[in-house]
Structure formats: structure tokens, C-alpha cells
Design a protein around this ligand. Structure first.
Ligand code: ATP
Length: 224
């Protein structure tokens, strides 16, 4: 179903959200202060307009209150990001996602009622750091401050063993929630304890960060 989105701030982050949503067939209203940014998205978004979103009157005139989900991707100008979020809240936008620049920014955004706060650079940095540690750690997704999901490639230490033998839950307190067999297309989302792991199978593991870290060090990261 087509949904209505607005993306405010067409830097690299906002621009990429705008592009993806449009490619997925969504209605996107793209907004930026500067003409050259807006021109870039004229043929990508459903509508692209030059506007200063810290002005409540402008937001009302653009009909932003009827949009399902607004993404505030204003980066450096924290004051403009906060003011825009506040205005969107006041005019009654249902869902607001905001890019936070730092922890103070996040605190304020939480206080004024942003529904979702994202830190794309910080989160991407973490994910890349985990994959740099080992070629076998494919991805790392933060669920909360203390819990994550990791995607790992089974190396020799796991190969040829069943989940019971590896006993990842008892040994590390993590759960293997899904396995994708090497070369296969299917994902087994309820692996049996007797499931045999083969080299290069992909395991999706969920757990507390400290447990995942032990699991990675002992079973995933290969000795040089
Ligand atoms: P990125 O890293 O995603 O490229 P950034 O963190 O460098 O972005 P900025 O370039 O500071 O972020 O801001 C993103 C966009 O937001 C800019 O194109 C800027 O013109 C736009 N912007 C800033 N203030 C406003 C405002 N009040 N109303 C509308 N757009 C704004």
C-alpha cells in the first residue's frame, strides 16, 4: 500500500531515505532549505519543495499534518532539528523519526516526543567495526543498549557440530534464532537442537552484548 512520507533535510542521509522510499513506490514529500538540494530530488520524490521547516506556518501550508511519517534528517543545525520536531509534534504528525547528532540532541528529542531517534553514523560505525574484527562477523544489529543480533559465518570451530554439541545457549547465554545453509536459499527460522552446522553456514544469533562478545571471541573469530 502506498503511504505518505516527508523527508526534511536532503543531505546524504535524508537524500538516501528519500531515494529508497521513492524506489519502494511510496509518496514522498522532500523538503530542504536550499534550491540545489531540492532540484536534485525533483525527479525522484513525488514533490520536492524549498522550505524552512522551523516555521510552523510553512509546515501547515505544506499539509505536513496529514502525512503518516515524517523523517527529520537535518544534521549540523541541531537547533533547526529540534524546532522542526517540536513543530511537527504540535501540528499532530503521527510518527516522527529524527536523526540525532549526539547524546544531548537525543535527550532533547526524547523529551519533546520524537517517536524514533536514529544515529546512522554511530550505528554504522559499530556494525562496520564488528565486521572488521572478523571476516566471519557479517553484521551486527543493536536492539537496545545491552542486546544485539549478530549474523555470523560458521568457521572451522563450529563446523560439523550440532547445536546441542555447541550448546551456545548454555555456554554463552545467546540463542541461535535462524540458520541459512551455505549455498542454500532457504532460512531455517526454528532450527532443531540436532541441526548440524557446516562451514560457511550463516547463523543469526541474539543475546546480551557481553554474551555475544564472548561467543564471537571463542567461536567466531578465527585465530591468526
Ligand atoms: P548528511 O550527513 O546526511 O549529509 P549532515 O549531517 O551534514 O547530513 P546537514 O547537511 O547539516 O546534515 O543537513 C542536512 C540538510 O538539511 C541540508 O541539506 C540542509 O540544507 C537541510 N536543512 C537544514 N536546516 C533546515 C531547515 N530549517 N529546513 C529545511 N531543511 C533544512
Amino acid at each position: 500500500m502506498k503511504r505518505d512520507f516527508a523527508v526534511i533535510g536532503l543531505g546524504r542521509f535524508g537524500g538516501s531515505i528519500c531515494r529508497e522510499l521513492s524506489e519502494e513506490g511510496m509518496n514522498v514529500l522532500a523538503i530542504d532549505l536550499y534550491e540545489e538540494k531540492v532540484n536534485e530530488y525533483k525527479n525522484i520524490a513525488t514533490h520536492a519543495v524549498i522550505a524552512d521547516t522551523t516555521d510552523e506556518k510553512v509546515l501547515k501550508e505544506l499539509g505536513v499534518r496529514n502525512i503518516d511519517h515524517v523523517i527529520v534528517a537535518i544534521g549540523d543545525n541541531i537547533q533547526a532539528s529540534i524546532l522542526t520536531t517540536l513543530m511537527l509534534k504540535e501540528i499532530g504528525v503521527k510518527k516522527i523519526t529524527v536523526k540525532a547528532q549526539n547524546d544531548y540532541h537525543e535527550k532533547v528529542l526524547n523529551k519533546i516526543g520524537a517517536d524514533q531517534i536514529v544515529h546512522p553514523e554511530r550505528d554504522m560505525g559499530k556494525r562496520i567495526a564488528h565486521s572488521i574484527i572478523s571476516n566471519n562477523i557479517l553484521d551486527h544489529l543493536e536492539l537496545s543498549d545491552e542486546h544485539s543480533i549478530v549474523e555470523v559465518k560458521a568457521g572451522p570451530k563450529m563446523s560439523g557440530k550440532t547445536l546441542v554439541e555447541l550448546d551456545i545457549r548454555a555456554n554463552f547465554g545467546c540463542n541461535v534464532v535462524a540458520i541459512k545453509q551455505h549455498g542454500g536459499k532457504e532460512i531455517n527460522v526454528s532450527p532443531m537442537p540436532t541441526e548440524m552446522i557446516h562451514q560457511n553456514d550463516i547463523l543469526i544469533v541474539i543475546g546480551a552484548d557481553k554474551d555475544i562478545s564472548r561467543f564471537e571471541k571463542q567461536l567466531v573469530v578465527e585465530d591468526d
